[in-house]
Structure formats: C-alpha cells, structure tokens
Design a binder for this molecule. Sequence first.
Ligand SMILES: *[C@@H]1O[C@H](CO)[C@@H](O)[C@H](O)[C@H]1NC(C)=O
Ligand SMILES: *[C@@H]1O[C@H](CO)[C@@H](O)[C@H](O)[C@H]1NC(C)=O
Ligand SMILES: *[C@@H]1O[C@H](CO)[C@@H](O)[C@H](O)[C@H]1NC(C)=O
Ligand SMILES: *[C@@H]1O[C@H](CO)[C@@H](O)[C@H](O)[C@H]1NC(C)=O
Ligand SMILES: *[C@@H]1O[C@H](CO)[C@@H](O)[C@H](O)[C@H]1NC(C)=O
Length: 338
Amino acid sequence: MKLYQPQVIFSFLSLSLLVFSLLSATAEAYCNSHHKKVLFKIKEALGNPYVLISWNNNLDCCEWNNLECDETTRRVISISVMNSDIVGPIPDAVGDLPYLQTLLFHKNPNLTGEIPIAITKLTQLRYLWLSWNNLTGLVPSFISQLKNLEYINLAFNQLTGSIPPELSSLPKLGYLGLDRNKLTGSIPESFSSINVTDFYLILSHNQLSGPIPKSLSNVKFAKIDLSRNHLVGDAFMLFRNNSPSDFSADLSRNNLSFDLSKTVFPTRLIYLDLNHNNIYGSIPHQLANIELQFFNVSYNRLCGKIPTGGTGRLQSRFDEYCYFHNKCLCGAPLPSCK
Ligand SMILES: *[C@@H]1O[C@H](CO)[C@@H](O)[C@H](O)[C@H]1NC(C)=O
Ligand SMILES: *[C@@H]1O[C@H](CO)[C@@H](O)[C@H](O)[C@H]1NC(C)=O
Ligand SMILES: *[C@@H]1O[C@H](CO)[C@@H](O)[C@H](O)[C@H]1NC(C)=O
Ligand SMILES: *[C@@H]1O[C@H](CO)[C@@H](O)[C@H](O)[C@H]1NC(C)=O
Ligand SMILES: *[C@@H]1O[C@H](CO)[C@@H](O)[C@H](O)[C@H]1NC(C)=O
C-alpha cells in the first residue's frame, strides 16, 4: 500500500520526467524517434521479414542494417533491401521518411503490387531503384513530381501501360531503366527535351511500337537500348548525337527499316547492335574509320562489300556471325564478293 502514497507517486513522476528529458536531450545524437516508429511500421507491413531482424529496439536505428542516416542530422536518408523475404506491396509508410534520397528494393520476388503514390512525399529522393521485383500496374506519371531524381530503375517487373511522357520533365534525370517489363505504346516525343549530358535510356524487352521520335536527335545519349521491342522505321536521329562521350546503341530485334548507307554515325560510337531488323542498303564506309568495340548487323537485308581500310576493325574484330543472314553482304569476314 505504501507504494501509492502521494510522495512516492510524485517522486516516481519526477524520476520519469528526468529520464524522459535526458532521453530527449540526447535524441538528436541518435536516430530520430519519429523515424524509428515509421521504420517499425514499414517492417510490419513487409511481413516482419528475417532480413530486417536488426530493426529492433536494442539498437539505435541508425545502426540497423539496410539503412543509412545522414552523419550530422541523423535523418534516415537511404533504405536498401535486396534478395530478401519481404512480402506485399511497398508500404505507404516509406512516404513518411521525408529525407530519403535512396529507395532501393532489388530482387525481392514477393514484393508485389503497385508503386504507391505515397512516394511523392519523398521530395529529396535521388535514386528510385525498384528492379527485379514483382511490381505490377503502371509506371506512374506521379514519379515526375520528384524533381531531384537522378536515377530511375524499374527493370524486371510486371509493369504495364505506356511510358509516361512527364518523366522527361525531371531536370536531373540521367538514367531511366524500364527494361524487361510489359510496356506498350510508343516512345514519348517529349523525351526530346531531356537535357542532361550522357543520358542512359534503357527500354529493352518490352512491347513498344511505332517509330522512334525524330526529335530524339536533341538528346545527348551515353547509351540507348531499345532492343527486343516492335519499333519500326528509321533510327538516324539517334546518331546525330554529338556528345563528347562514348556512345552505345542497341536496337536489335525490332522491325526497323531504313537505308544504312544514308546513315551518318558519330565518331564516339563504340557499340552498335542492329541484328534482327529489316535494315537495307550497304554498310557505309565511314564505319570503317570508327573505333567500334562491338558491331552486329546480322539478320537484316544488307547488301554489298563490307568496307575495308580505316581502323581495319570491321574485319579484324568482328566474325562472320556479326554479318550473316543478310541479303547479299560480301567480303571478309564473309566469303569474297563475286
Ligand atoms: C515468396 O512467397 C512464396 C509463397 O508464399 C514462398 O514459398 C517463397 O519462399 C517466398 N520467397 C521468398 C524469397 O521469401
Ligand atoms: C515473380 O513471382 C514469380 C512467382 O510468383 C517468380 O517465379 C518470379 O521469380 C518472380 N519474379 C522476380 C523477378 O522475382
Ligand atoms: C540545357 O542545359 C544547359 C546546361 O547544362 C543549359 O545551359 C540550357 O539552358 C538547358 N536547355 C534547356 C532547354 O533547358
Ligand atoms: C515488319 O515491318 C514490315 C513492313 O516494314 C511488315 O510487313 C512486317 O509484317 C513487320 N514484321 C513484324 C514481325 O512486325
Ligand atoms: C550477332 O547476332 C547474331 C544474331 O542474334 C548472333 O547469333 C551472334 O552471336 C551475334 N554476334 C555477337 C558477337 O554478338
């Protein structure tokens, strides 16, 4: 009974207050307690997975695995979970970590559902990396609200619908990877306004159709991969690229149809894969002068002698399988012309 004497209660209260204020005074040195609550919510929504076993009350949350805090502010700035047993959709609670710069979920086969609109609250986000999961639904146009994004990788999911034109309005975007999904429709015209140097556009293994927009000639690509789609027409606009950096282009396994002899290539082209299209004409002599590291024009409708001279690479570097299955290409490394 003595325990419930007023003085005892009073001293208990003041002790609690003291402990509480001590904790708050030191809180800034540790992981933000509000963030900790949000992180527990995220852990629960992901099915309390084994991979997040370090997310427990015995540790300061900046010491937890799969997380990174800013060294001075102690704010959570990165979550990355790979090859794990997390289940369900990306929790809405991730939107309540407003200082996140990196959101990475990679190779989690049971991460399903749509990309949540809650991520539009992550205004500091620079890396949105959600590849090799089982995400469904659209590539959301609301991603374009995150103006600090430099890197978007949604490859190897089950995403459907078309590519939102709004993505081109992201001023810092340097890498857009939407490969290995089920995307349809055409490449947006608006992508001509992409204004970073060394842009990476990776759209391979989808069901994209229609012609490549002519206006893409304005974009300073470092790499473009449009392979394994259903694109038609010309590709000359991709080679107007006068960027000072090396340039790679993989356009293989589409239904492109144009006269290769009339195409002018940039001198910094290092990789050119055109196999399995409907490209006609002959191989322009200019390509013999370029220091290509990879070249494949097999399975097209090309004709004429493979150019010699220049760097000599068209003969020395590339074997007959880079040229076979054309209409009437000839000369080394193929049999000589008649
Ligand atoms: C994904 O879920 C299935 C079915 O519940 C389960 O059998 C499998 O082990 C899970 N995969 C991982 C990596 O947790
Ligand atoms: C998606 O889930 C299926 C089965 O549910 C699984 O076989 C496949 O590996 C998963 N995909 C990825 C990229 O993890
Ligand atoms: C493109 O970027 C350059 C600098 O990187 C800038 O000078 C130019 O105004 C930009 N153009 C557009 C249309 O935003
Ligand atoms: C490729 O395009 C040609 C016309 O240029 C068309 O006749 C053909 O059916 C197309 N092939 C495929 C597989 O889409
Ligand atoms: C060129 O493409 C053809 C057709 O896909 C393929 O058989 C060959 O191995 C390729 N060569 C190289 C070096 O990639």
